[in-house]
Design a protein around this ligand. Structure first.
Ligand SMILES: [Fe+2]
Ligand SMILES: [Fe+2]
Length: 182
């Protein structure tokens, strides 16, 4: 188990800000999770066009473009929930998404063949989808537990889109893109 002293040490050595507000209830945690998702989705919206433009395979490019459009709706859904529940979504940066995008861009900037680049693009995109699936699964469950039916249903819609995207990327990789990269 992580001792409290070592957690404080971790926070100071990694320069992560210690949260000013105390989280006392599942409601507090729900709001924090929504802020994290909102930051993650907005970072993605900015990064997705450059990631999609690196795709050489037509079906991969189309899947990424479709998911960019879905991501716009996902941002709107989070805003709808925030409005309904009077939550301020600003002032938080999802550091995990910053890292996932940075790592994806780093891989794409390497000198690689088109085929390997497409496979790498799927690897990065699936990491991102898995992160989102974890976040939305948790947030949707919190919303259900708190009795927020509209929020739960909106979060489940997004979760379904993330899962569909992950499945589509997995199918592309396994049906021919990884084979072409060999
Ligand atoms: Fe998303
Ligand atoms: Fe996604």
């Amino acid at each position: 188990m992580l001792a409290k002293a070592s957690l404080a040490y971790f926070l100071t050595t990694t320069h992560l800000p210690i949260m000013a507000e105390k989280l006392e209830t599942l409601e507090d945690l729900f709001q924090e999770q929504l802020k994290d998702l909102y930051s993650a989705e907005n970072q993605l919206l900015k990064a997705m066009p450059s990631m999609a433009s690196e795709a050489k395979d037509q079906r991969l490019m189309q899947s990424l473009e479709l998911h960019r459009q879905e991501t716009e709706n996902q941002v709107t859904r989070l805003e709808q929930i925030a409005q309904e529940r009077s939550i301020d979504l600003g002032g938080h940066t999802c550091k995990a998404m910053q890292g996932l995008i940075a790592e994806g861009m780093e891989t794409l900037s390497e000198d690689a063949t088109d085929e390997v680049k497409d496979a790498a693009l799927i690897a990065s995109a699936q990491r991102i989808e898995h992160y989102e699936i974890a976040g939305y699964g948790t947030a949707a469950h919190y919303a259900e537990r708190l009795g927020y039916d509209t929020a739960a249903s909106l979060l489940r819609q997004t979760l379904q889109e993330e899962q569909n995207t992950d499945t589509k990327l997995n199918d592309l990789a396994k049906s021919y893109i990884n084979q072409k990269a060999m």
